[in-house]
Design a protein around this ligand. Structure first.
Ligand code: NDP
Ligand code: 2IT
Length: 443
């Protein structure tokens, strides 16, 4: 049996209740077959065994009191997966669906994504099965304070630097940062995605969505094409989706769909982002409200954005939201590019179906890396006690996304699988981490 299959079997056997983690490992290791089998150093150093095992994982109780005085307990997680190329770095997710498998898959993916950014950041991820929806600001604050009361002993600006993800935005990062500072009596860049008045980076809010569009713009430019006149389906209506839609629109595309966990909208005239921002960033309302404010749009309950014909699809909500039946709809309706904004939003069978049917597929670890890349830029600014202008950050982000595109494109071609960005991104992300691990010995 090959080394890759041996490790894959072992992960499947040892993690039967971690389907998302097994899926992520399978996608990565399948992509690395040629690279792993052609270099005996990896097996000799048990590199894959070490890569799939988090360096450290912490699971903790998060008790908090609601506005009525009732006590609740949630489960908190931090997976410190790999620190070969820098301090652990990755977001925190607050969502009722959070469990060990989800945080573990996200931490594993983050290793390769962070490597692709070219910045010195290791991989980590955390979160809690807490639902911020419907909670008051005071309840969210008390939860964040309790969460940080435990997390603070495990993180630090040179150890592990968390940030936002689903359910964790500027409000939550503010409360988390305040509690860290209070407990440790030190002001350091221990979190990214901070507010601008207290050490945040300009353009971090927009970075993941903008980065996704910059990556796709470069991919199109290399084919003498652009977003101009393209119809684009986007799912989600959170941080990533909103700023992807904003940049796609600015670059000449027409975004016709968005969604939340209740349902989705179709606006044939192009989504009105002012209305979406008001609903989602200000009122924290449901997307169903959109049709009461914009004429000519439709609202549908449940999932379904991928039935709408498009040239380009950007899934920007959550894992495994683009399934085989969705892939079939997209192909049948002439979609040419699927570039992921979310982490692993496309199931593995859907991914294969898209690629087998001529759709250019870009995995999130390449196309959504702009968020963590700009977090890396926030860390640099904090270290040098300076803030860069919005143009400086945006230009660096653009440069990094172009570099990631070419790194994945080159690695795919070298591997004999040109145009396979799944394989290219995994190889390009893996090589730097693997070299660092080999150089550092068995640890
Ligand atoms: P937000 O919380 O801002 O938005 C998430 C959006 O997805 C919301 O519209 C939400 O709907 C929807 N959603 C969440 N969970 C589900 C679900 N189980 N089913 C259907 N819809 C769902 O998160 P982000 O925009 O930050 O994150 C979106 C994705 O992008 C995630 O996969 C995240 O890991 C990834 N990502 C985020 C980065 C960042 O910098 N923020 C960086 C790179 C990747 P509702 O409001 O109803 O819950
Ligand atoms: O998935 C991701 O890359 C993020 N949620 C952003 C992580 C970060 O540290 O900015």
């Amino acid at each position: 049996m090959s080394y890759v299959d041996d490790i894959l079997n072992r992960v499947k056997q040892e993690s039967p209740e971690e389907p998302e983690f097994v899926q992520a490992v399978t996608e990565v290791l399948d992509s690395l077959r040629n690279v792993i089998e052609s270099d005996p150093r990896y097996k000799e150093a048990a590199l894959l065994e070490r890569l799939v095992e988090p360096e450290r994982s912490v699971i903790f109780r998060v008790p908090w009191v609601d506005d009525k005085g009732d006590v609740h307990v949630n489960r908190g997680y931090r997976f410190q997966f790999n620190s070969a190329i820098g301090p652990y770095k990755g977001g925190l997710r607050f969502h009722p669906s959070v469990n060990l498998s989800i945080i573990k898959f996200l931490g594993f993916e983050q290793i390769f994504k962070n490597s692709l950014t070219t910045l010195p950041m290791g991989g980590g991820k955390g979160g809690a099965n807490f639902d911020p929806k419907g909670k008051s600001d005071s309840e969210v604050m008390r939860f964040c304070q309790s969460f940080m009361t435990e997390l603070q002993r495990h993180i630090g600006s040179d150890t592990d630097v968390p940030a936002g993800d689903i359910g964790v935005g500027g409000r939550e990062i503010g409360y988390l940062f305040g509690q860290y500072k209070r407990l440790r009596n030190e002001w350091t860049g221990v979190l990214t995605g901070k507010g601008i008045p207290y050490g945040g980076s300009l353009a971090r809010t927009e970075a993941t969505g903008y980065g996704l569009s910059y990556f796709t713009e470069e991919l199109l430019a290399c084919r003498n094409d652009s977003y101009e006149g393209k119809v684009v389906d986007i799912s989600g209506a959170g941080n990533v989706a909103i700023y992807a839609a904003e940049k796609v629109t600015e670059l000449g595309g027409k975004v016709v769909t968005m969604s939340d966990s209740s349902g989705w909208i179709y606006d044939p005239n192009g989504v009105n982002l002012e209305v979406i921002k008001q609903l989602k960033e200000v009122e924290r309302a449901r997307i169903s409200e959109y049709v009461n404010r914009v004429k000519g749009a439709e609202y549908h309950e449940g999932r379904g954005v991928w039935v709408i014909p498009c040239d380009i699809a950007h899934p920007c909500a959550t894992q495994n939201e683009l399934r085989i039946e969705d892939a079939k709809n997209l192909v049948a309706n002439g979609c040419k590019i699927v570039a992921e904004g979310a982490n692993m939003p496309t199931t593995y069978d859907a991914t294969k179906y898209l690629m087998d049917n001529g759709v250019i597929f870009v995995p999130g670890k390449a196309s959504n890396a702009g968020g963590v890349a700009t977090s890396g830029l926030e860390m640099s600014q904090n270290s040098e006690r300076l803030s860069w202008s919005v143009d400086e950050v945006d230009n660096r982000l653009k440069g990094i996304m172009k570099e990631i595109y070419h790194a994945a494109d080159d690695a795919a071609a070298e591997n004999g699988t040109p145009g396979n960005y799944m394989v290219g991104a995994n190889i390009a992300g893996f090589k730097k981490v693997a070299e660092a691990m080999l150089a550092q010995g068995v640890c």
